[in-house]
Design a protein around this ligand. Structure first.
Ligand SMILES: [Zn+2]
Length: 323
């Protein structure tokens, strides 16, 4: 894929393209970031650009090399991962890889290899990699992917150029989900809860999220300051551990953003299948009150993230929402 298809990592891509143009790519890279943040896509895009016969610093998508990489069967690219049913990447796998890298490339000027996840290399495997990282046979390019560079041997880390991938923004996850064919509504439901990982977003259970959304909307519609039990019952039912509470707050943010959109006269909302419930949130209060409430939810989310007690934080927020 061309670099332009990778979202959210413009600075990294700029650096990689500059090194491609100068012919100064590193021998060994260490890409650190949460799985699903775009590390592997970027690794493949870098290799594709390096092998492309038409462009100096990107993939043309048309030449034979680009097309083979796109279809996943380029003979000079090797992916090393734990074998099925094995926890670790073994020393035997690494030895075989070193042997393969020492052979002449079939089509490209050099070979390339991605090791994923690098932290699963056994100590023996990692040690056997040290010399290869320093002087890759046949000028091969080696890219290690890891969730946490701190889990690798310092001797491995120091031999690679470290590149850190930040988690994706919810907006970028949303775009990628829609590109993958998910409906905008389902994407809007899971993107805020993905932690910046496309992989996690795809794994989230749409059905249970959707059931939870219904439950949240019902509780929110019942909040009534004259019946204080509605406040505490809602907080009791909907708060959970920190992660569950953050997930709930992300959901509330998504509802109130929609309500504010409606209040501002825009018909476009992401929670389309529950539009009547969103409309009743929008009309229950004035537009400025809904804006203020949106800000309160953001604040509550920050507090919970900073270790506030989830149940107490929700008691407080629901009390305001009940007015
Ligand atoms: Zn090409």
């Amino acid at each position: 894929m061309p670099f332009a298809d990778i979202l959210g990592h413009n600075r990294i891509i700029e650096v990689l393209r500059r090194s491609l143009r100068c012919g100064k790519t590193a021998h060994s890279y260490l890409f650190e970031g949460v799985p699903g943040s775009g590390r592997k896509k970027t690794a493949l895009a870098l290799i594709q650009a390096l092998f492309c016969t038409a462009l100096p610093d990107d993939a043309c998508g048309i030449c034979s090399s680009c097309r083979k990489i796109e279809s996943g069967n380029h003979p000079d690219i090797h992916l090393i991962a734990p074998l099925p049913d094995k926890r670790d990447i073994s020393i035997d796998q690494l030895r075989e890889m070193q042997h393969v890298l020492s052979l002449r490339p079939y089509e490209s000027p050099r070979k390339a290899c991605i090791i994923d996840p690098a932290e699963r290399m056994s100590v023996g495997a990692a040690n056997s990699l040290l010399k290869t990282l320093e002087e890759p046979p046949g000028d091969a390019l080696i890219i290690l992917l890891t969730e946490n560079a701190g889990m690798l041997l310092p001797t491995v880390r120091s031999r690679c150029q470290l590149i850190r991938f930040a988690p994706l923004s919810p907006e970028h996850v949303l775009t990628l989900l829609e590109r993958s064919g998910m409906t905008p509504e389902a994407a809007a439901l899971v993107a805020p809860m993905s932690g910046g990982s496309l992989q996690r977003a795809l794994e989230l259970d749409n059905e249970s999220l959707s059931a939870r959304r219904e439950a949240v909307l019902i509780r929110v519609s019942q909040l009534n300051i004259h019946h204080i039990a509605t406040v505490f019952d809602a907080a009791e039912e909907l708060s959970g551990n920190r992660d569950a509470t953050l997930e709930l707050l992300d959901m509330l943010l998504s509802f109130f953003r929609d309500a504010v959109h409606l209040g501002a006269g825009s018909g476009e909302i992401v929670n389309r299948s529950v539009r009547p419930a969103i409309e009743s949130i929008a009309t229950r209060r004035s537009f400025p009150s809904n804006l203020e409430l949106l800000e309160r939810i953001y604040e509550t989310r920050r507090d919970v993230q900073r270790n506030a007690n989830p149940k107490l934080a929700l008691d407080h927020l629901f009390m305001i929402m009940a007015k």
